[in-house]
Ligand binder design. Structure first.
Ligand code: TXA
Ligand code: MG
Length: 345
């Protein structure tokens, strides 16, 4: 199959493919999604197949309005209405109890009686949903286990020949996937996956919320099925540099002595600081330590360095951030990419 790249003036053609049960990757402010009609089981099954995704991992349903959510749930709790008003369209996914007789494909929900909904902040994708006349499932448009795609090129690298098309609208602004908040028990809203919208920002709107214990103690089992899988991993091993230890020089020397080809994923000041160490490659996350920029560049950086290191016995040293609330999304993704490994000596 030829994967066609569509632009903003070709949404009609992309919508036609969705209506026919095909797969179109769509842009969002977080990462590119892999879109299919969420009410069409055959189409949804193709999404799992194209990604190589385990079928017990439910998908997010992308909508273009609150009304579209109301078609599938019994009622939207007040607190959730407030959150939608504040953060939608935007990088916040909300999990609700489904109505008894809803027509979402059971493959979307992996047979749970809840489903995750999100209204992405992308005009072309909101228009794609409108013209398709149906909500779209949208896992990140990467091969399962790889870093999520933040450009159409990343999507092509993983899924070319496996999907009908990509709606290209440039680079994703945020760079990591949405914050997932479980609202199925409105008395105890719980963050299942950290993202750009922080716990504090949500609490400013609806008061105290919880956070899934596995995000604090990695040995606990996550509540969100998807969080248990290996994720975001390039082929090259990734090792994090603890922001407090700041032991970049030691780490570079250590791996160079082991005859490893060292690549650096960090802010620009670190790259300058390591100027004398003939490091093989670097990718700049930000000018100085700044988490928004680091989040934006993280997945693209992992992909780029991984490509440069093909054929080498390489290691990627990546910049850690202090584990405070606003850095949780970034550190959650990086720790998975690094298999939880910090450089310690
Ligand atoms: O930013 C995003 O959320 C992106 C863009 C494309 O919108 N999408 C995305 O989808 O990250 P995906 O499928 O890669 O991640 C969905 C996460 C998974 O961890 C999944 O297990 C969880 O949400 N999830 C989905 N439905 C759920 C449910 N009913 N209960 C608990 N967790 C759920
Ligand atoms: Mg994903």
């Amino acid at each position: 199959m030829d994967t066609k790249v569509y632009h903003h003036d070709e949404i009609k053609e992309a919508a036609k493919i969705i209506k026919q049960g095909g797969l179109i990757s769509f842009p969002t402010e977080t990462v590119y999604g892999l879109g299919a009609d969420a009410t069409n089981t055959e189409a949804v099954k193709k999404v799992y197949l194209a990604k190589g995704r385990p079928s017990d991992n439910p998908l997010i349903v992308h909508v273009n309005s609150k009304e579209m959510v109301e078609e599938y749930v019994d009622s939207i709790p007040d607190k959730a209405l407030q959150l939608m008003k504040t953060f939608w369209p935007g990088p916040l996914t909300l999990i609700f109890n489904l109505a008894q007789d809803n027509n979402l494909s059971t493959s979307v929900t992996a047979n749970l009686n809840t489903a995750a909904f999100r209204m992405p902040n992308s005009l072309v994708t909101l228009e794609l949903i409108r013209q398709s006349g149906t909500p779209l499932v949208g896992p990140s448009a990467n091969t399962s286990g790889k870093p999520s795609p933040t450009t159409a090129i990343h999507v092509l690298n993983d899924l070319s020949g496996k999907i009908e098309g990509i709606l290209d609208d440039g680079e994703c602004e945020v760079g990591i996937e949405s914050t997932v908040l479980d609202m199925s028990n409105p008395n105890m809203p719980t963050i299942l996956r950290p993202g750009a919208i922080t716990k504090e920002e949500i609490e400013q709107v609806i008061g105290e919320i919880a956070i899934d214990t596995h995000l604090i103690d990695e040995h606990n089992a996550p509540k969100s099925p998807g969080m248990k899988y290996k994720h975001y991993s390039p082929d090259t091993p990734v090792v994090m540099i603890d922001s407090e230890l700041d032991n970049w020089e030691e780490a570079v020397e250590y791996y160079q002595q082991l005859n490893k080809t060292v690549a650096i994923l960090s802010n620009k000041e670190i790259v300058s600081r390591l100027g004398d160490y003939s490091v093989f490659a670097h990718y700049i996350l930000s000018d100085k330590k700044e988490v928004k920029s680091a989040m934006h560049h993280l997945f693209g950086g992992l992909r780029a360095l991984d490509t440069e290191l093909v054929g080498y016995n390489g290691v990627i040293l990546a910049e850690g951030y202090p584990e405070v609330s606003q850095n949780m999304g970034y550190m959650n993704r990086l720790k998975k990419a690094a298999n939880q490994t910090f450089f310690r000596k």
